[in-house]
Design a protein around this ligand. Structure first.
Ligand code: FES
Length: 172
């Protein structure tokens, strides 16, 4: 029995420990937002978070997530305070990022992992963090723009007037 926590909920899975985490998420837990792309960790469509890190679930055995905290696209909005969408999801809508949409849950999860460690990434940091996420529709410039929009939105959201720090100044 594999025990793990997925989107804040404890789960037990009676599966082959070698089963890719992707299939456990999609087939056993019936959460289809995470996509199968290449199956060899080359496209990023299957990206989820394991203990806060973006990983490729197609090549990660479910046993590797034993006792861990998994977040999928279905749980992304719950990573931020309050109701509603994650700032990245709202930025994705506002910037009209998705075309066919197939890669987008993976793109969002990689972007969320980036902003969690670097709330104000420059182009180089964005490109480095997103390099493993392929978009066959070529929406890379919109993805980059949306990450910057979300970073600004998050800075405003978390801005504390008491500190007198003007975080917006660093965003140009
Ligand atoms: Fe089509 Fe990215 S939106 S693959």
């Amino acid at each position: 029995m594999i025990r793990l926590r997925v989107n804040g909920r404890d789960r037990e899975l009676d599966v082959d420990p070698a089963m890719p985490l992707l299939w456990a998420i999609r087939e056993q837990l019936a959460m289809p937002g995470t996509k199968f792309g290449c199956g060899i960790a080359q496209c990023g469509a299957c990206t989820v978070h394991l203990n806060g890190n973006a990983i490729r679930s197609c090549v990660t055995p479910v046993a590797a997530a034993e006792g861990g905290e998994v977040t999928t696209i279905e749980g992304l909005a719950d990573l931020v305070e309050g109701e509603g969408l994650h700032p990245l999801q709202q930025a994705w809508i506002d910037e009209q990022v998705p075309q066919c949409g197939y890669c987008q849950s993976g793109q969002l999860m990689s972007a969320a992992a980036l902003l969690a460690t670097n709330p104000d990434p420059d182009d180089a940091a964005i490109d480095a963090a997103m390099a493993g996420n392929v978009c066959r529709c070529g929406m890379y410039s919109r993805i980059r723009s949306a990450i910057k929009v979300a970073a600004r939105a998050s800075a405003v959201q978390f801005f504390d007037p008491a500190t007198s720090e003007v975080e917006e100044a660093s965003h140009g």
